[in-house]
Design a protein around this ligand. Structure first.
Ligand SMILES: [Zn+2]
Length: 262
């Protein structure tokens, strides 16, 4: 039973948080095929004080960091497509163009599971929201009548209960707390909408090894990048909203993106 996963995100490092646990858990599965699409090279991101990159080179640096991150995790994508849009401007791409670009890859791969951002973009980032919406549209264009693949569409999410706990911890540590009404602040989704919770603790060290390769972004990824144990706790689970097919009320919580598709 092939297990093709198509993950569509906006920036290099979205993938390192968003899907790394699932990929690491399936790393040794011979039937697993991992296709990764990133819309931008992250070239408009922050450059850490003293980091050897310029505005001109950051995009290429971050592409290399992304490749290094998957190598460090121990499982590289079978296919990695960069859509090449300008970082921070994906929401200005004509929606039909973005949908067509993603749909073209989807039509070739016929993924069993598609993973992307939901309408909250996790951080309200317009690039995230645009990529997620276009991926959803491409999926719904191709799924009806498909002879194989297109069995599940998932949105990465932070459960509200986890969001609240993190914010409480942040407040107690004197760190800024996320205000979900603000752009670029984390948002939670109601816990009852979560359909899949992946226990990533067995591969947390591999996820953190990947995160560590995004060296130009350490300062925005973590309040204390040297605190490996804290990073491991943060990545200890992936939570997903199953957007399609709709999850019946009271359905049992799944523990893997592919569970129940055999
Ligand atoms: Zn991002």
């Amino acid at each position: 039973m092939p297990r093709t996963l198509l993950a569509v995100f906006a920036h290099p490092d979205d993938d390192a948080y968003g899907i790394a646990g699932t990929v690491a858990l399936h790393a040794d599965d011979p039937e697993f095929r991992f296709v990764l699409v990133l819309a931008t090279d992250g070239g408009a991101g922050d450059i850490r004080e003293g980091f050897p990159a310029t505005r001109e080179t950051l995009g290429a640096v971050r592409q290399a960091e992304d490749a290094a991150a998957w190598r460090a995790l121990g499982r590289v994508p079978e296919r990695h497509e960069w859509l090449g849009y300008a970082d921070g401007e994906v929401d200005r791409v004509p929606p039909e163009e973005l949908i067509e670009r993603i749909a073209a890859i989807m039509a070739e791969e016929r993924p069993d599971v598609v993973a992307t951002f939901g309408p909250d973009g996790i951080f309200g980032h317009p690039d995230h929201i645009a990529v997620g919406a276009a991926t959803d549209a491409a999926f719904h264009r191709l799924a009806p009548g498909a002879e194989r693949g297109f069995r599940r569409l998932c949105h990465g999410a932070v459960p509200k209960s986890v969001f609240d706990r993190w914010n409480e911890q942040r407040a107690s540590m004197g760190l800024f707390v996320f205000d979900p009404t603000q752009m670029y602040h984390m948002r939670g989704v109601p816990d009852e909408r979560i359909g899949i919770v992946v226990d990533c603790r067995p591969v947390a060290d591999r996820i953190v090894a990947g995160l560590g390769e995004h060296r130009s972004q350490h300062h925005v990824m973590s309040d204390d990048p040297s605190d490996v144990e804290r990073w491991k706790r943060v990545v200890s689970r992936e939570s997903w909203v199953v957007t399609w097919p709709e999850r019946p009320a009271g359905a049992p919580m799944l523990t893997d993106l592919f569970e129940g598709l055999d």
